[in-house]
Design a protein around this ligand. Structure first.
Ligand code: PLP
Length: 505
């Protein structure tokens, strides 16, 4: 390969530099010093992650640190070394905690060192994965092809990496709305008889937000009853669709859950898909974490029917263990996906060659134009570990959830509040307390004290109106001993609280 002419061109440009001007840049003046600092940052990061188990899961940011983090606008700069020292003393010691083996709050993934390196490398390239003919676009395309295959979607399926499950739900439902409206909704807006949507009442609130944002109206989202296992009642679904049709409304879509946020319940996807086929309704599956069960041959039957969805939303930053943020939406028919978002503009037109030779634009599949290179961390992690290992880790978390449920069931002072179909365990301390309001208050306080102890971080929710301690296990660092530590801590704090409650009454 000859670089001769390019170097000649560079020399020509450099020769034109005016030595008398004082132009600035944000590049360091001393690249060697920044290299040394960068090496230190990497060393510190490796140290921090490899020793994470030895630290508290979470600790409150102390008041002096909070105060120090409120500063006047920095008009002039300071050396990067000083800022890094400040980061080390005031920021890094107080993380959310989801890098720790005993973090099981909400549904948050653990992240990996490879993911962290990949984010650094991606930021270094600073590509916008939008409309360009460049390698980052090919990497995202590749990641989407792998995910299409892993979820059992047809090759004609399309997809997009997005910020998370909420955005993936919004995009899936936007495609549903536009594809099934029966007229050019993008041009004319939402009009006529209301479109109605159906989901179980256990559905995540991002679905309601999406319905609101799409102008469909929250009152037209039917939140339907569930069975004893928190699964969508398909009889109620059929009746609701029939009633809406009879009333002249326009049934549009069903949102089925592959893993509800509260208990991990799996809606009967085949049954729902059959009904959608009969009623010509769009089937969107919110599989924010549960869809990832499809990666485990052992768990795949639990999400059978997922592959029949018209669109599916899931997160890599939850049960894919990839660092935040990265979610994914897949749409069964790529033409419908693009029809919902494609937008021509003179300044974005494709060309015969050069940087905009790309015909299929990522910006035609979602809301964003400028997009970061979030696919790099997914690509690197999938290549490093392989889908098979990811599937094994997901199955390991499900086995750990079963183990935790057994530990809870073996303790007379604890009470499990929901079945464990996947990776979420809901329970509470009961001891000798019988009054429902006292039980709720005691368990709310138990979660706070657990967090403040730094021992473990579950979160809380309501299960059939009762407050539950909720452990959602999407953590590749957890070991069985961690669940024994959680149960012991719940018993200890629960007994203390019960004694305090007794003294107070
Ligand atoms: C079932 C379900 N759907 C959607 C979401 C929203 O995902 P995100 O937080 O990535 O926006 C969550 C988050 O926990 C979830 O559990």
């Amino acid at each position: 390969m000859s670089w001769g002419w390019e170097l000649g061109l560079v020399n020509l440009i450099n020769a034109g530099t005016d030595a008398t001007t004082t132009e600035e840049t944000l590049d360091p003046q001393d690249w060697e010093a920044v290299r040394r600092l960068g090496h230190r940052m990497i060393d510190d990061l490796v140290e921090q992650l490899s020793s994470v188990r030895e630290r508290p899961v979470w600790q409150r940011v102390p008041d002096p640190v909070r105060a120090a983090l409120r500063e006047p606008l920095p008009v002039t700069g300071q050396p990067l070394e000083h800022i890094y020292e400040e980061f080390k003393s005031r920021v890094r010691p107080y993380p959310t905690g989801n890098i720790h083996p005993r973090f099981w709050g909400w549904v948050m993934g653990t992240g990996t060192i490879t993911g962290a390196f990949a984010d650094l490398l991606a930021a270094g390239m600073n590509s916008s994965v939008a409309i360009f003919d460049d390698a980052p676009s090919l990497v995202e395309e590749q990641v989407i092809r792998w995910l299409v295959e892993a979820m059992g979607f047809p090759e004609t399926g399309s997809g997009l990496l997005v910020s998370g499950g909420s955005m993936a739900n919004l995009i899936g439902l936007a495609v549903a709305r536009n594809a099934r409206a029966g007229y050019d909704l993008r041009q004319h807006g939402v009009g006529g008889a209301p479109f109605t949507l159906y989901a179980s009442r256990e559905t995540h609130n991002s679905v309601a937000k999406a319905v609101e944002l799409l102008g469909l109206g929250r009152e037209h989202l039917r939140l339907l009853p569930v069975d004893a296992n928190f699964r969508l009642d398909t009889g109620a679904l059929a009746m609701a669709v029939e009633a809406d049709r009879a009333a002249g409304r326009r049934p549009l879509a069903v949102i089925a859950n592959a893993g509800t946020v509260n208990t991990g319940a799996l809606d009967p996807l085949h049954e729902v898909a059959d009904l959608c086929a009969r009623e010509r309704l769009w089937l969107h599956v919110d599989g924010a974490f549960g869809a990832m069960a499809a990666l485990s041959p052992e768990l795949r039957p639990r999400v059978a029917g997922l592959e029949r969805a018209d669109s599916v939303a899931f997160d890599l930053h939850k049960w894919g263990y990839v660092p935040l943020e990265v979610g994914c939406v897949l749409v069964r028919r790529g033409d419908e996906h693009r029809a919902a978002f494609a937008a021509a503009a003179d300044y974005l037109a494709a060309a015969r060659g050069g940087l905009v030779a790309r015909q299929q634009k990522f910006s035609d599949q979602g809301v964003q134009l400028s997009r970061n290179f979030r696919s790099l961390k997914v690509w690197m992690m999938l290549k490093e570990h392989g889908f098979a290992k990811l599937g094994r880790l997901i199955a390991q978390n499900v086995a750990q959830a079963r183990y935790l449920a057994e530990l809870v069931d073996a303790q007379p002072a604890l009470e499990r509040l929901a079945p464990v179909p996947l990776n979420i365990v809901c329970f509470r301390y009961r001891g000798g307390v019988t009054d429902p309001a006292t039980l709720d208050a005691l368990n709310r306080e138990l979660v706070v004290r657990l967090h403040e102890s730094g021992v473990a971080v579950p979160s809380g929710t309501l299960v059939r109106g009762s407050y539950a301690v909720r452990a959602a296990i999407t953590n590749h660092r957890s070991r069985r001993e961690d669940f024994r530590i959680l149960v012991d801590a719940c018993l200890k704090i629960g007994r203390q609280l019960e004694a305090e409650t007794g003294r107070a009454s």
